[in-house]
Ligand binder design. Structure first.
Ligand code: FES
Length: 173
């Protein structure tokens, strides 16, 4: 676990009593500050509460609100709700998996891109929809996947140079 993550875990644990009933809130606290649940954090939580790691892991995996890998700088979420799925969402997801060479739930080795799927996000008229950080990309097709990734790469490079193009909530493409 990275130093900053260990600090986050320590900080969250110190704000809760050592009682089993706080397990979920502790896990939520760690995820909200670290962006995910580092594996070692489960052991820390288990020791803190005096329960087994298996129990902590069991609870964490039961609820799909928890993630076990960090988010990339660009977190790509492909909607797989009914409308998006029926209009080709799976092909879009396949396209991102292929282009990024990761599976859904994964992150690229440079931590630039992470990929996830989600149920309906409430803008079915724009299906199939992809969300990258706060930005919505409507009417996606497998052919637009490369284009989106090129835009993200360009905005990431501009950001690194100080132009700060990221972070708006306008629709892309
Ligand atoms: S199904 Fe994708 S936005 Fe509703």
């Amino acid at each position: 676990m990275a130093k900053e993550e260990a600090e986050v875990v320590g900080e969250v644990l110190s704000s809760f009593p050592r009682e089993r009933r706080y397990l979920i809130r502790i896990l939520q606290g760690i995820q909200s500050k670290a962006g995910y649940l580092p594996e070692e954090a489960m052991g820390e939580v288990a020791r803190f509460l005096g329960i087994s790691e298996a129990e902590v892991f069991g609870v964490a995996t039961f609820y799909n609100q928890f993630r076990f890998i960090p988010l990339g700088r660009f977190h790509i979420v492909v909607c797989m709700g009914t409308a998006c799925h029926s209009l080709g969402g799976q092909l879009v997801l396949d396209g991102f998996e292929r282009e990024l060479d990761i599976k859904v739930g994964g992150i690229t080795p440079d931590r630039e891109y992470s990929l996830d799927r989600v149920g309906c996000i409430g803008c079915c008229t724009k299906a199939p929809v992809v969300v990258v950080n706060d930005r919505i990309y409507p009417k996606m097709t497998p052919y637009k996947v490369e284009e989106v990734l090129a835009k993200l790469k360009a905005s990431g490079e501009a950001e690194a140079e100080g132009d700060g193009l990221g972070g708006d909530t306008e629709e892309g493409l």
